[in-house]
Every structure is written in structure tokens, then in C-alpha cells.
Design a protein. Structure first.
Length: 204
């Protein structure tokens, strides 16, 4: 073993120890006894690695779709949109219809891919079950500015409180992306969303 491998091994060992210690404390806090936790490695000597791995992979997958937004209320909608550098923009997305409301700090957005066609109501119900909330329309504007490449994967729907259009239609902001172009659009809520869409919700 080369000397340069030693620090890496020590670092990895420390990370693993920290992870195991954190999991142990969390399981105890959730009501598991030390004996039950110990039985994971003593009952037959077979730790259910596969099941634990599935859970951790699910966590890793979720973390890839969690984004921290820097929110600032001292900029106008026009300024944020211009900073987003879109190739196309729905003409109704402006400072009059979507005024930037006062607010500073951060917003945490989680992207969900349901993998099937879903109505707006169904998406909101499922999000609530997962402990998520409706985003604000500002979240869509800041997301497009700060994470411009994410929308190139699939369209991202922000189910904020809908905007009432002049014809009585209700619309929400949707980020579309292609290999060379990005679009900030306004889509109506009267149709189901096909399986190609992803949805952005706010974490509490």
C-alpha cells in the first residue's frame, strides 16, 4: 500500500464511522432498541445489505433533485428573467403579472418525477403526502436563473398558486429546455400532465 493511500483510507473510515453512528442514534430515537439494532449483524450473520442499499440509493436519488435557491426581493422580475438568459419567453411572464415580492434568504426546492401521467390535483396530493408544499412563482424564476441546465433534462412544472389569465384560464410557470434552447413558459392547468414532466415543490 502506498503512503498516499493511507490518508484516503483514514478519511473513508472516519466517514463510515460517522454514518454508522448517525444511523444508530437515529434508529434509537425512532424507538429501536440497541439489541434490535445489534441483531442486524448477529441473526444468522447476514446483514440485509441489499435492502439497506435500496434505501440509501433512494436517498441519493432524492438528493440529486434537491436544490437550494438564493432568494432576493430587491430585484425586479424583469431583472431575474434577464439574468436567466432564456431563448424564448412567454409574453405574459412579466413584472405586472408576476411581481417580485419582498423576501430574502433561501428556498429549498425538490424535483419529483412521478413517471406517469398525472393531474394537477393528483400531483399536489402526492406532494403533500411526501411533506412538500406548493412553490411560489418566484421559485420558478430563481430556479431558472440559478440552475439553467436542469430544465434541459425534462420540462419542470411549478404548481404555485395559479395566475388568472384575461380569458379566465389558470396558468403556472413551466421551464422547458432543449439541447440548444431554454424556454420560460406559462401553461394552463385544465389538462393532465403527461409522464415527461417533472414537478418542483418546496420543502418545509
Amino acid at each position: 500500500m502506498s503512503k498516499k493511500d493511507v490518508p484516503a483510507m483514514i478519511s473513508a473510515a472516519g466517514w463510515i464511522s460517522s454514518l454508522v453512528d448517525g444511523l444508530y442514534k437515529d434508529l434509537v430515537a425512532k424507538g429501536a432498541t440497541p439489541e434490535e439494532i445489534h441483531s442486524l449483524v448477529t441473526n444468522g450473520g447476514a446483514l440485509p445489505i441489499g435492502k439497506i442499499g435500496d434505501v440509501l440509493m433512494d436517498v441519493i436519488s432524492q438528493m440529486k433533485n434537491i436544490f437550494q435557491l438564493a432568494i432576493s426581493g430587491d430585484r425586479t422580475t424583469k431583472e431575474v428573467i434577464q439574468s436567466g438568459k432564456y431563448d424564448r419567453l412567454n409574453k405574459n411572464v412579466d413584472s405586472q403579472n408576476f411581481p417580485m415580492r419582498p423576501g430574502r434568504g433561501h428556498s429549498t426546492i425538490q424535483i419529483i418525477d412521478f413517471g406517469y401521467e398525472v393531474s394537477t390535483k393528483e400531483a399536489l396530493v402526492e406532494a403533500k403526502k411526501r411533506g412538500l408544499e406548493r412553490p411560489d412563482y418566484e421559485d420558478a424564476l430563481f430556479f431558472g436563473e440559478q440552475f439553467p441546465d436542469k430544465q434541459r433534462e425534462r420540462p419542470i412544472v411549478f404548481l404555485h398558486e395559479p395566475w388568472l389569465g384575461p380569458s379566465g384560464d389558470l396558468g403556472v410557470l413551466v421551464l422547458y429546455g432543449y439541447s440548444v434552447k431554454r424556454l420560460l413558459n406559462l401553461d394552463w392547468l385544465d389538462n393532465d400532465w403527461y409522464r415527461g414532466y417533472m414537478f418542483a415543490f418546496a420543502r418545509k
